[in-house]
Design a protein around this ligand. Structure first.
Ligand code: SF4
Ligand code: SF4
Ligand code: SF4
Length: 562
């Protein structure tokens, strides 16, 4: 069949029509010298993305038996998918279509109508050159597994498990310690802003245990994982007996491994040891669970307690956001335990981000807790030397010190990130796909991160993230529905690959593996996102991305720059 290109120029109401000369574009495109041997159908339309416009385009493709299609309209971000979907209703392969942006790139940015028209003609011409080099691509349909692996049995992991199990998804919940609940289970009181109470947390724990869709593996870690959204092959291992492994299949993974607290003994300004009456906030929570109150190692109640905020904040380089409030909570607990206990809070900054926190701070102040704003502090045992905000130096000897230590990534984060091919941020937490608009997804499709695993996060926020991850999985993995992986992926031409492995380092999605037998790299097409990073890195030019091949790009650029 000989080539027949349809070129459809959208007027976008007055958006394009008033800024470029549509008639001139039609005339010039219809009479291009280098297309005189190609059959062209050149038409314009007032609003190509309207219902009527899409129907018009569909009819045009069918009635004219087009082999290629160029839509001269707006940004591909707006309507590329719209026109791809129109093609899908016809016999025309959607990869034989090209969008050309004459609105944002011509009409809206070039004040001179003649110049805008000239550029529009040039880039439509470039699109026509390119489309002739495009190849039809076929979408594959893959079976997908709706089951989910959740790594981490703290509050976020439990919440995600219950949400997913409520729609009959089979959940494998693995927890490295011997019990579920994480750090939340150690708490004795929650903050007002956390919006949940401890009974609800304990209820979740018992709901998990009785839920037939949730299989809990305690003392268990991830050993290995390969695969992609819808099809992950997983091996888990017993922490105490690593040879004891179990194989699982799941379609998605939620990482809910939480955070750890910085070890203050690693800080220069803290000369402390295990014998000293110095505790972090979680140790205090455990102490209350065990003894019912805050006591020293000799079982006696402390008479004077210093609570120090922001321990390690400058070393880690970020604020842990929740510690100011929970230190206030501990001061309040001390005062409620005995009003005779002197409590002094030493702080550089007070991070109280919402209005419940502010009211809570006022309540604690009313309980005769002293607050000293400091510039610097040195701790030796339970002896404190501080410089306050007015540069005055003070020495404080107390019976007990409680530290608000920085939240840091859990120990296993680096290992898991490598296994799951998920990037870490500069602080060492898992990197979200987008902080604001996609905070629970990662660079690996099908792997989600919730709670403290991607940075300091409170309980209620962790639970919301867990619910959001469950929601994403419900929409991405529908039982019985196939998934369609990206079609515009890279491929490595075996004959040219020298096996230098450069491409393995640049693929942020872990889509390339090395075939040791053949001595070449290979792209796993189900994982590849077609970003093109590897193409630019290959010294032998043996990688190409489908739909973005060098000849296709060359044709387009050559004409656009003519
Ligand atoms: S397809 Fe784009 S250019 Fe055409 S009417 Fe719609 S928004 Fe405007
Ligand atoms: S195009 Fe290359 S770098 Fe990008 S995801 Fe695919 S294999 Fe990885
Ligand atoms: S960078 Fe190119 S030559 Fe080197 S291993 Fe990858 S595909 Fe082969």
């Amino acid at each position: 069949m000989s080539d027949k290109i349809g070129i459809y120029v959208c007027e976008c109401g007055p958006n394009i029509a008033s800024k470029v000369d549509i008639d001139k574009i039609m005339e010039e495109i219809s009479n291009l010298e280098d297309f005189k041997d190609v059959e062209l159908v050149v038409r314009n339309h007032k609003l190509l993305c309207s219902v009527e416009g899409k129907k018009f385009l569909e009819n045009e493709i069918n009635e004219n038996n087009l082999t290629h299609l160029v839509c001269a309209a707006c940004s591909p971000r707006d309507h590329d998918t719209t026109f791809i979907n129109v093609c899908k209703k016809t016999e025309l392969n959607p990869y034989m279509y090209q969008i050309v942006n004459i609105r944002e790139q011509c009409a809206w940015i070039i004040p001179d109508k003649e110049e805008a028209t000239e550029k529009a003609i040039r880039i439509i011409h470039a699109g026509m050159d390119r489309v002739l080099y495009q190849q039809p691509l076929e979408e594959k349909q893959l079976d997908s597994n709706p089951d989910v692996l959740i790594i981490g049995g703290g509050i976020a992991g439990m919440e995600a498990a219950l949400k997913l199990a409520s729609r009959d998804r089979l959940i494998y919940l693995i927890e490295k310690t011997d019990e579920l609940g994480g750090k939340s289970a150690k708490l004795n009181q929650l903050l007002p802003r956390q919006g949940v109470n401890l009974n609800i947390l304990h209820q979740k724990l018992s709901n998990i245990k009785s839920n037939k869709y949730i299989k809990v593996f305690t003392n268990t870690e991830l050993a290995s994982i390969v695969g992609f959204l819808g099809n992950f092959e997983i091996v888990i291992k017993d922490v105490k007996d690593p040879e004891n492994t179990t194989e699982l299949l799941a379609g998605a993974v939620i990482v809910a491994t939480g955070y750890e607290l910085l070890d203050a003994t690693t800080l220069d300004k803290y000369e402390i040891s295990e014998e000293d009456e110095v505790y972090n906030a979680l140790e205090i929570e455990e102490m209350i669970s065990k003894n019912g109150k805050i006591v020293m190692k000799n079982g006696k109640e402390p008479q004077k307690v210093a609570v120090i905020h922001c321990v390690g904040r400058s070393e880690v380089g970020y604020c842990s956001q929740t510690c100011c409030s929970y230190l206030l909570k501990i001061s309040k607990m001390l005062k409620e335990q005995s009003s005779k206990i002197e409590v002094v809070e030493l702080f550089k900054h007070l991070c109280l981000p919402n209005k419940q926190d502010e009211a809570f701070f006022e309540q604690v102040k009313d309980k005769d807790v002293e607050f000293i704003r400091i510039k610097d502090v040195n701790v030796t045992g339970t002896s404190i030397e501080l410089t306050d905000i007015s540069d005055a130096k003070q020495k404080l000897d107390v019976d007990m010190i409680i530290l608000g230590t920085a939240m840091i990534p859990a120990k296993e984060t680096k290992y898991l990130a490598e296994e799951l091919k998920v990037e870490l941020d500069e602080m060492g937490f898992y990197q979200e796909a987008h902080l604001k608009i996609n905070p629970i997804s990662t660079n690996t499709d099908g792997v989600f991160v919730v709670g403290g695993a991607h940075g300091p996060t409170g309980i209620s926020e962790s639970m919301l993230q867990a619910q959001a991850a469950a929601g994403k999985i419900f929409t991405q993995l529908i039982p019985g529905q196939k998934i369609i992986p990206e079609v515009k992926v890279s491929e490595i031409l075996e004959a040219y690959c020298t096996g230098c492995k450069t491409c393995l380092d640049v693929c942020g999605f872990g889509a390339i593996y090395f075939d040791e037998d053949k001595g070449i790299s290979v792209v796993n097409e189900a994982i590849c996102r077609g970003c093109g990073n590897c193409v630019g890195s290959c010294p032998s030019g043996s990688i190409r991305t489908r739909h973005f091949t060098n000849p296709q790009l060359y044709q387009e650029v050559k004409e656009a720059l003519r």
